[in-house]
Design a protein around this ligand. Sequence first.
Ligand SMILES: C[S@@+](CC[C@H](N)C(=O)[O-])C[C@H]1O[C@@H](n2cnc3c(N)ncnc32)[C@H](O)[C@@H]1O
Length: 304
Amino acid sequence: MPSPRNKTLHITPEDAPELAALCAVPEGPLDEAAVENRVLCGDFFDLAPRMAEGLFDLVVADPPYNLTKDFGGEAFKKTDADSYEAFTERWVTEVRRLMKPGASLYVCCDWESSLIVGSVLQRHFTVRNRITWQREKGRGAKRNWKNAMEDIWFCTLGDGYRFHLDAVKVRKKVLAPYRENGEAKDWQETADGRYRLTCPSNFWDDITVPFWSMAENTAHPTQKPEKLYAKLVLASSDENDLILDPFGGSGTAAAVAKKLGRRFTVVEKNRQYCVWALDRLRRAETDKTVQGMKDGVFLPRNEY
Ligand SMILES: C[S@@+](CC[C@H](N)C(=O)[O-])C[C@H]1O[C@@H](n2cnc3c(N)ncnc32)[C@H](O)[C@@H]1O
C-alpha cells in the first residue's frame, strides 16, 4: 500500500480516455496552429519532417541516453558509439531545421553520451556552455565512481539569442554579511535569514530529482525536475514563445512552459507517458507553482 503522502502519478489511458484522445496527431501538415500547446503521440523521426521550418523559439531535448532503459515497454538499447552518434546526428539535424534563427537548444545527457552529443552539437550550433547538474541520486558502483551528475548542453544558432539573467538568479545564504556605511552590501535581511541574489553558474547543485512526495512526480523512469526546466525556459525564452520537446516523456517541459506562460509542443511515442503529460497540463491550469521556486527566485536544494 503506497503512503498517503505518495503523489506519484500512475493514471492510464484507460482511466482517462478523454486525455488519450487529445494526444492523437492531426492529419496534414504540422504548421504552428496544428502543433501549438499539443502533446503529440508519435515518433519524432516521423513527425519532424511534417513540421514547418523555423517554428520554435526554444528546444529542450532529453533524448534516451546511451544506456539500456525500458521506456514503458519499449527498450532503448545501449549501442556502440558510432550508432549513438548516428542517432544523435539524425535528431539534431531535424531539430535544427525546426528552430527560429534566434532560438536556443538545451540537450540533457549523462557523461558517457555527452562525449558524443557534444561533438555532434558542435557541428551544427554555437555551443555556449555545458551545465553540470549534480543530481546525486543514483546507483552506487562497485568498481567505479558513482554516477551523480548530468550534462546539459546550451547551444544557439547564432549570436542573436536571448539570455535573461535576472530571471534565473539564485538565492544564496550570506556567510559574510558585509556592510557599507551601515547598510547591507548586496544582501537582504528576510524573515528566513540573510540572502543574496547571485548570478547562476554552470554548476547546478540546487535541484533534486523528483521523488514520490512531490506533486510533479510520475512513474516515468527518467523524469526531469520542473525546477531544472524552469531555469532553461526563463533564461532562454519570452512569454508566449513556442517551445519544442522532441522526447517529451512525462511532459515536464510542457508543464513548465504552461506554468510560465509559454506555448509548447511535445512529441512522445509512448501513449501512457502522453497521458501523464496531459494530466500534468490539466493540473497546471490552476496550479502554477514550480517546487523549489518562490516569488520568481530559485531556492537552495530541498527548500520549498
Ligand atoms: C529521457 S526520456 C524524457 C523524460 C522527460 N524529460 C521527462 O521529464 O519526463 C526520453 C523519452 O523519449 C521517448 N522517445 C524515445 N525515442 C523517441 C522517438 N523517436 N520519438 C518520440 N519519443 C521518443 C521515450 O519514450 C522517453 O519517454
